[in-house]
Ligand binder design. Structure first.
Ligand code: KG4
Ligand code: ZN
Length: 340
């Protein structure tokens, strides 16, 4: 195994994180400081506040990551940072910190894609085999990504409106559950002894795209109708109906794509990969169809810098480094981030 030490920094949304990764696989440290308690009272991430909090904690988090790794800053071989996508002000904080470190230590800078990070998180615990298909389900993204070979990404399907996590958070908000609502809906769905069946958005017959705004509206309509009529709502049954609709569509499309592209493996990643219902159904279907399935452990599914270090290592191997004029790009495309 190679021994390169990469210090990775992730500040694309509401987690300030730094990690030291050895040889693209071994996590020497992975410090994650969440701002959830700050944004919770606003019911979502407030970009200005996120940037300010990143500024307040980034230096301390980087110092902790280096210290906990057992190495010195001078041992590092490269600095990786999330270039995008994400909130521009939040990304900027990590970018400035990464550039100054790379400059002062005189080591290469690796501009990294956030979603490539979510996908390569699986590499920290398992071995990716190509071709592979990644199911990316996070707060901002819902995509089926074909990985024909290492470092190459082809998006074969994406959401046309809400991301899965976004739909979870909006439904949770309507049910007056805390932010981020995904885990609360997940728990509620498991407590249900009944189900209120919700519609499935399959879109065109051959499409691998998704749409969750219709489902979200259907759930919100149920909540509003019950409130207006003063009727009691079986919230658990509704949560279960919502969750079953999401799982049915995501799993069915992913398995169809896995078959069509003859992939060796399925990878489930992004914050919503922590969903117990989705994990269970996908595990069962993959066993039935004998498709190997990789799901990172929950702490590596939500935003963290270790995953950024894992993805950055692929670029390191190909010596594809960024200049100090690199700019944070809130709309960075995954396909164009593929190795050349
Ligand atoms: O990947 P992530 O940490 O941040 C983004 O890059 O977006 O994903 C956060 C999303 C939130 O929408 C959150 O509600 C959702 O992941 N999430 C879940 C669960 N845990 C986190 N959604 C459903 N079930 C869960 N158990
Ligand atoms: Zn993420």
């Amino acid at each position: 195994m190679s021994n390169e030490l990469i210090l990775a920094i992730e500040t694309s949304c509401d987690e300030t994180s730094a990690a030291v990764i050895r040889g693209g696989k071994e996590i020497c440290s992975n410090i994650v400081s969440s701002q959830i308690d700050i944004h919770e009272r606003f019911g979502g991430v407030v970009p200005e506040i996120a940037s300010r909090k990143h500024v307040e904690s980034i230096t301390r988090i980087i110092e902790q990551a280096v210290q906990q790794s057992g190495y010195q800053a001078t041992d590092l071989d490269a600095i990786a940072v999330t270039e995008g996508p994400g909130l521009v002000g939040a990304l900027l904080v990590g970018n400035v910190a990464a550039k100054s470190l790379a400059m002062s230590l005189n080591i290469p800078l690796i501009a990294t894609h956030h979603i490539a990070g979510h996908i390569y998180a699986s590499q920290l615990e398992h071995d990716l085999q190509f071709p592979s298909l990644a199911i990316v389900v996070s707060g901002g993204h819902t995509e089926l990504v074909l990985l024909p070979e290492e470092g190459k990404f082809v998006i074969i399907g994406r959401t046309r409106d809400d991301a899965v996590g976004e739909a979870y958070d909006k439904v949770a908000r309507a049910l007056k559950l805390p932010y981020p609502g995904g885990p609360y809906i997940d728990r509620l769905a498991h407590e249900a002894d009944e189900v209120i069946v919700m519609p499935r958005a399959w879109l065109e017959k051959d499409s691998y795209d998704f749409s969750f705004s219709g489902l979200k509206s259907a759930v919100l309509a149920q909540i509003n109708q019950h409130r207006m009529k003063g009727l009691e709502l079986n919230e658990a049954a509704l949560a279960r109906g919502f969750q079953e609709s999401v799982i049915d569509v995501v799993v069915t499309k992913a398995l169809r794509a896995a078959k069509q592209y003859e992939v060796k493996q399925l990878v489930l990643c992004g914050g919503v990969a922590a969903n117990r219902g989705l994990r269970a159904v996908l595990q069962q279907k993959c066993e039935e169809k004998r498709i190997p399935l990789i799901i990172p452990s929950p702490g590596l599914c939500t935003d963290n810098a270790a995953m950024i270090g894992a993805a950055a290592h692929v670029k390191y191997k190909h010596e594809q480094f960024a200049g100090l004029d690199m700019k944070a790009d809130p709309g960075l495309s995954l396909e164009s981030w593929s190795i050349e």
